[in-house]
Design a protein around this ligand. Sequence first.
Ligand SMILES: [Zn+2]
Length: 362
Amino acid sequence: MNNVVAGSMNFKTPKVCSRIEKSDLGVEQMILNRGIFTFSLDLELAWGTRKRANAAFMEPFLSGTREAVLRLLELFEEFNICGTWATVGALLLGSGDDTKKHHWLHGNDFADVPPGDAVSQPDWYAEDIIHALRDCSVPQDIGCHTLTHGFVNPEMEGREQFREELIKSLQVFDENGLGKPTSFIFPKAKMGHFDVLAEAGFRSFRGPENKWFESLPGVRLPAALRLIDARLASCPRADAPQYHPAGLWMIPSSQFYSPFYNVGKYVPIRARVKKAIRGLHHACKNKGVFHLWTHPFNLGVRSEELLEGLREIFTEADTLQKKGQLEILSMKSLAVLGDKVRTGNNRLEESISDPPAIGHLR
Ligand SMILES: [Zn+2]
């Protein structure tokens, strides 16, 4: 294992952003001098689908996840890519005792969650995956995806619950030597309480994909349009990171790298890759971020094809990077870069890796 903790790793922050400017709508955004490729993954295993109808179909995806993660990390090493892994904290609450659960998982809300650890209950606990991320020779950005994948309620009554989840998540990260996470991804993109997130020391979150058809009523019409969009490999958005008034960077997402499930079953790998390559070129031209994202379990079925597709995307990103048109950066690096330029403080990295102590939140 690497003998450095994630919080103290040096994340690269090249000079790809020279200034921050306000848009016509008054939003501050990074002015980039080349394109950026960011890849984020929501690491949640069974926590992401519990109590949902699709949980019944997850087993083959979950059982293929670990092998896929190891092979993806090999690709990251080959192409020198720092991915952002937004991790559900409860994956690290394994008790090492098959009869007793961690005390945070007691109560009716968690009656469906089994006791155990990564060996006895690998769909629920994942100390081994975190070790693999830390063993990667290219430092990975281990971010947070809440403690138990609870959807954030943006109303006032959801505020304290969200704060509590963050406090506990920070504690789990700290106890596992992961330092303080600064990248955050909201489960199911249900966003809110950005000031609470900033107070807890987070510096960035993944923004929405802005697909107009996802907000249409019903299930079938958005699904049909999603399929058409994917098969046509229409060019994804590649916008610049925006500064949220709560004091955080919003890194917009561009493309979901879909599994062979639901609509994704009818989308060939070629279409996924073609769309991503269009996104990379658009990012270079537009001087924006092409932000690809997925869940590790999405790669668990037909892993060979999906990883081969990623290899093609990484190869194109590498070529563009060598031509000086693109930079490959994690969410963490993008936020550090934006903060440095925004405040004019080049020593900011140290202070960013040391956000307010947990007690400050209480
Ligand atoms: Zn999730």
